[in-house]
Design a protein around this ligand. Sequence first.
Ligand code: PLP
Length: 382
Amino acid sequence: MLEIYELPTPIVLVDLDKLERNVYTIANKIRSKGKILWPMFKTTKSTFIARLQEKAGAEGFLCGSVAEAETLVNKGITNTVMLAYPTVDSGELDRIANLVERDVRVIIRIDNVRLASLIDRSFHSKGLKIEYCIKVDVGYQRLGVRPENVGSFAWKLRRFSSLEFIGIVTHQGNAYSARNPLEVRHIAKRSAKLMEVTLKFLKRYSLEPEIVGAGSTPTLRFDIEEPIYTHLFPGNYVYYDRTQALVYGSAKIEDCALTVLATIISVPEHSSGNVAVINAGSRYFDKEIRGGLKGYGQLVEYPKVVVSRVSQEIALLDTSMEKVEVGEKVNIITNHSCYTNNAVNILIGHRNRRVTNIIPIDAKEDIDIEKRLLSINIFKRR
Ligand SMILES: Cc1ncc(COP(=O)(O)O)c(C=O)c1O
């Protein structure tokens, strides 16, 4: 079997032993606490990995787009999908309705009365109903209704006869600004408390949700222990990454399953051997550095070497602590694996550095939009 170092570069690799361990460990822990796992599919957008998650015990999926949901359903991986983000696009609402008509359990998230009204109108006109959860803002300040307003908000939505209230959900995205595991723990605990407060407000209106859900990999180990949650929606846990390991304490660096294989293409004169250049650029490395980390990634083969500067097609390594040679191929654990995954259309699976398979990233919405645009004549007059 081919060794990973024989592959052309740059290329993104996934260590299947680590991936499987991450997927099964979390699925087993969640099941042992009597909770339901609906992983966030947008992390991988790969039905190969979703199948593995389903085999390990995922009972549904949270999706970042309608295209992701359709792909999971069409490939027979699940019949239960929740859409993480709102849509008011009539074409997308039609596609969601189409899934509902095919007896797929589709749950949407709502945080706004106007949004509710537009979706209700669309489903009402088709004679269909759709289940929804209210998105609660526990501090991320992106989407969501404040905990103290969720009861009255749910009450206002009662007039929309095509919408069926089934729960409350949140995403503790604010955990991504934590600087250490203690801060993550604090955010996790606070979020669970705020979801409890939300439940109390709902009770005042006699509303008992079936779903109380939350999802983020930094807070996951704490969320699993929280009795309040019925459903968990983590995504990044399949790969983890350098920030999860070194800043949030979600995993060990050895658990990180996704790497960029790159070639050292120069040790330039100006650096006296303290800098090396790789042939992988900005599309692989998230420019946002969190938790005071040094650099954008670190090498597996030389753990003291970090990616110190990134240009469009190449990046610089700080090799002041360990030396590398031109022509060597190295694996880089990036700071943010979701970003790296999103940069490519295939991953190379390997076990013990032996290549096993090619994994397509087959549920990308941009591919879907391009297909849709190509299928219509955008210049045609109505
Ligand atoms: C709404 C929502 N839920 C869940 C997740 C999963 O979080 P994580 O990637 O930290 O596991 C994300 C990720 O961005 C998200 O946007």
